[in-house]
Ligand binder design. Structure first.
Ligand code: F6P
Length: 510
């Protein structure tokens, strides 16, 4: 590995992600501090990167400044600058008001704007250039998530010697939905610059392979896509009338196979958490004390229910509140014996759909508290805040029932964090079937959050679960989360990436 003093262009391993693991925050008094970035991506990758002496290329979370690269916790952090306009158009616009709703099954209506797309292309190019500058000869570069889908292709153009991986942290939609995107072919083409493409579930990889056939006219066989090697100056092979048309599933003869075609693999690599680290935090005496303090502050209820999400319309927060409100109305649970703690961390606050959702959530919480609360006790404790891992672990320990009700979710690491913290094998998880986590945590109370009656039944059963059943379910989920942790996820992906014949090697063979 490259040492921390390595000159530019000397890193063997480079991560490229929209965000750096730390956000630069300017306090009202002008003071600058660094805070851990929000979201699943950073919590998953940070433990992987620690100790690798790799470089991490990303954005600091604020506009118009790119601090000098800094070395922090064994990583070389390389900030990429975004102008205020680019934050609007690339981040809030194309990433989070076009791709995010589109890839989450159009729960909210995606907007398509050409100016947003142009900013997306320009910013992806900047990330690709920064990564090309950091990577040593033959290095591995791991590009992350939907904000940077053009980076693999742009990077391969500049640096054909690199081994390029890409991991999509969110779902990849079915073709009928993906096809709405006016730039679907460019996205597929950009992704195919990688040697290996990782997705959360097999279904996501399958959707992507279909997009390769339908949007780019390529042939696929199993998990492999055959990509013709475009030579500079020649017309884009994706635009040829033959390749642009319908195409067979497996080299049907429509597309002549050239000897130097690249083969790109697309497969499932379900992400996870640092399970042992979470359990270690949960076992600390001060965290256990804090969890007792939380239950006391809530009025020592019989049942504490918990929801933890970014305040995002994909998370099914309104469905959860509807079901909980009805359970109270029906008298199947009642306040103050039952309390719901709803942690909704601030997210993408300038995007219109998020502002609408915040208003709806806050109206709904107020209504439930007004209808079913009494002086001194509220059935919903709503917190529009984010917390460090220690406080999260204390909340998980304090919660008898964890509610994960996403309408669509790539993985949902909160479900795994809850399980990792429940070392006493108590507690129950209600888990939406529309999360990647549901593929792994079959011993949860798996629900369809659109089915409000089903969700109410699951909430009630989870709240009244017998200790023996809770133990049986929790033990089996804990086994899974302990074994398949984030180190195993990254190790499996990077091993597979190492086995892919990369562009440089293929060229040597011919
Ligand atoms: O985990 C999915 C994800 O979109 C990450 O890519 C992102 O870092 C995280 O959620 C938080 O979102 P944001 O970076 O927009 O605050």
């Amino acid at each position: 590995g490259a040492s921390q003093q390595a000159p530019i262009g000397d890193y063997d391993f480079v991560v490229v992600a929209n965000r750096l693991p730390l956000d630069r925050v300017e306090e009202p008094n002008g003071e600058v501090s660094w805070r851990r970035s929000p979201g699943g991506l950073v919590s998953a990758l940070e433990p992987v990167m620690r100790g690798t002496s790799g470089a991490w290329v990303g954005w600091t979370g604020s506009a118009d400044e790119a601090p000098e690269p800094l070395d922090e916790a064994d990583m070389h952090l390389v900030p990429v600058a975004l102008s205020e306009d680019e934050v609007r158009n690339y981040y809030e616009g194309f990433s989070n008001a076009t791709l995010w709703p589109l890839y989450h099954d159009v729960i909210a209506t995606p907007e398509f704007h050409r100016a947003w797309w142009e900013a997306y292309v320009a910013v992806n190019r900047r990330f690709a250039e920064a990564a090309a500058q950091q990577a040593g000869t033959g290095a591995s570069v791991w590009v992350q998530d939907y904000q940077l889908q053009l980076v693999p292709g742009m990077l391969r153009e500049r640096r054909p010697d690199l081994r390029i991986g890409f991991f999509n942290h969110i779902p990849f939609p079915g073709y009928e939905i993906f096809a709405q995107l006016p730039w679907r072919r460019q996205i597929v083409q950009g992704l195919l610059g990688a040697d290996l493409l990782g997705f959360q579930r097999q279904g996501d990889a399958t959707n992507f392979l279909r997009a390769c056939r339908r949007a780019a006219g390529l042939t696929t066989k199993g998990s492999l896509v055959r990509v013709p090697r475009g030579k500079p100056g020649e017309p884009d092979p994706f635009d040829s009338p033959i390749r642009g048309g319908r195409s067979g599933r497996s080299g049907s003869g429509e597309n002549p196979e050239a000897a130097d075609d690249r083969l790109v693999r697309a497969a499932a690599f379900p992400i996870s958490i640092d399970s042992a680290a979470f359990e270690e935090i949960a076992r600390r005496p001060e965290v256990k004390e804090r969890s007792a303090e939380i239950r006391a502050a809530l009025g020592q209820p019989e049942v504490v229910l918990l929801g933890v999400d970014r305040l995002d319309y994909t998370k099914g927060i309104l469905h959860r509140l509807k079901a909980y409100g009805e359970v109270l109305a029906d008298g199947r649970l009642s306040s103050p014996e039952a309390v719901l703690v709803l942690v909704a961390s601030p997210s993408r606050e300038r995007v219109a759909q998020y502002q609408l959702l915040r208003d709806e959530v806050e109206v709904t919480v107020g209504r439930i508290n007004g209808d079913y609360g009494e002086v001194g006790s509220a059935p919903v404790h709503y917190l529009h805040q984010s917390y460090p891992p220690e406080e999260m672990a204390a909340l998980y320990l304090a919660a008898d029932v964890m509610l994960v009700t996403s309408l669509r979710d790539g993985m949902n690491l909160v479900a795994k964090e809850y399980v990792a913290c429940r070392y006493e094998e108590t507690g129950a998880l209600v888990l939406s079937e529309f999360t990647g986590a549901a593929d792994e945590l079959g011993s949860a109370f798996v629900v369809n959050p659109h089915d409000i009656d089903g969700l109410k039944d699951a909430i009630t059963r989870a709240a009244k679960i017998a200790p023996a059943e809770a133990r049986r379910r929790m033990r089996s989920m804990r086994r899974r989360v302990r074994e398949y942790d984030v180190a195993r996820w990254a190790g499996t992906f990077l091993d597979a990436l190492g086995r892919e014949p990369n562009a440089g090697q293929l060229a040597e063979q011919t």
